[in-house]
Design a protein around this ligand. Structure first.
Ligand code: DP6
Length: 380
């Protein structure tokens, strides 16, 4: 599929006036990381993630059609004036009006307006909340942008004069979400999503995420991700700034190559169930992501002393018990502890006895692999 397949032109505004749409959309954690992109939100390498379950954003999009007539080819003056206005929306986060979130959403709406031109025909109120604490340092852009993209797709479906398959719906939702935040395109479906064109992943694309297309080994069913909240604060480096650090990075070319090689390797591992190889790829990816930040100009250290203490504890526990526990990191100090369902008792005990002490106020979140987003209700 190409970009033009996502341009909407079957508009039928007459059958819709106002209503609301709600989507619950999970976060995701990358196993092979996306770090480096080019315009328009095209990743420099393929990435793969587990879709999460308990960490999600709930977004309601209330829409009200602007009071204008639309007939094909109409150039009614009021309508032209209305349409030339900027996008009309208000955003509420956890019950509070958040004007500071508007620029990011305005940029998103501008990026996607070519594909969803009907956006300017409506006034919107966006109401969003997260299942995880806002200050937890867990990135909410993936679940947040994913949820908004899905709400917009539900509106498109109502406006569309033609049948839309679920496959197209999800593809375009992922395509739109990507234009809001790259990793968001991996939050629409589950349990394992690949984003970025890769010769060994059938159907993969730079434009949207696709479900991992091969049979996943039993070992990865209901995999766990316990998120240790080491640093519950604003991120020191936003991902957008982080990606820019890869532009002139001396190791960029090798890094993108390495990530694509790791996609080939992890694809085999996910099919053959080799947990030792899984651990090695996932931890190496996490440390490489941070190594990229430490070796960029300007350079950053996003890990905290407790991040390193946790990593060392995990390595010690693995050496002692032969467990398949491992860690991954995103662009921050929190640690995602990954482990198979069969080890959940011993690892949970270990987290309580040895790792919890390194979390801010002993906070951690137990999550596991999820199936993707759900629509909660629709009134139109
Ligand atoms: C480290 O998707 O947040 O989590 O596209 O600029 O919104 P933008 O970046 P974002 O980057 C995520 C980076 C990462 C790795 C990953 O999720 O693959």
């Amino acid at each position: 599929m190409t970009e033009t397949d996502f341009i909407f032109n079957n508009i039928n505004l007459s059958n819709i006036t106002n209503g609301s749409i709600t989507w619950k959309t999970p976060s995701n954690i990358a196993l092979v990381k996306y770090w480096g992109k080019r315009e328009p939100q095209i990743p420099e390498n393929a990435s793969i993630s587990f879709t999460l379950d308990s960490c999600f954003t709930l977004t309601t999009l209330e829409y009200k059609k602007l009071n204008t007539e639309r007939s094909e080819g109409s150039h009614d003056n009021t309508r032209v004036a209305e349409r030339s206005r900027s996008h009309n929306f208000e955003i509420y986060f956890e019950g509070e009006k958040k004007d500071e979130f508007k620029p990011k959403i305005t940029t998103f709406f501008k990026r996607i307006e070519k594909y969803v031109p009907f956006l300017k025909d409506f006034d919107f109120i966006i109401k969003s909340q997260n299942s995880f604490p806002h200050s937890s340092g867990i990135a909410s852009s993936a679940s947040g942008m994913g949820a908004l993209a899905l709400c917009i797709m539900s509106l498109e479906r109502s406006l569309s004069g033609v049948e839309m398959t679920d496959e197209y719906f999800n593809r375009k939702a992922s395509f739109l979400a990507r234009l809001g935040s790259g990793s968001a395109c991996r939050s629409i479906e589950g349990p394992l999503i690949v984003w970025g064109n890769h010769p060994e992943i059938e159907g993969s694309s730079d434009l949207f995420g696709v479900k991992f297309p091969y049979k996943i080994h039993e070992n990865f069913k209901n995999y766990h991700d316990t998120i240790l909240l080491v640093d519950e604060g604003e991120k020191q480096v936003s991902s957008t700034v982080g990606h820019q650090l890869m532009y002139n990075h001396p190791l960029a070319k090798q890094r993108f190559q390495q990530a694509n090689n790791n996609i080939s390797r992890i694809s085999k591992v996910l099919q053959n169930g080799d947990l030792k190889a899984f651990v090695e790829i996932v931890e190496s990816e996490a440390l490489t992501l941070h190594a990229m930040m430490m070796t960029s100009n300007p350079y950053f250290i996003l890990m905290k002393p407790n991040t390193l203490k946790i990593i060392n504890e995990i390595w010690g526990f693995r050496a002692q018990t032969n467990s398949n526990i491992c860690f991954t990191l995103d662009a921050g100090a929190n640690v995602h502890v990954l482990f198979p369902e069969s080890e959940k008792e011993i690892v949970n005990d270990f987290i309580k006895s040895n790792l919890m002490q390194f979390c801010q106020e002993n906070h951690y979140i137990c999550d596991s692999i999820g199936k993707g987003a759900n629509q909660l209700l629709i009134n139109s």
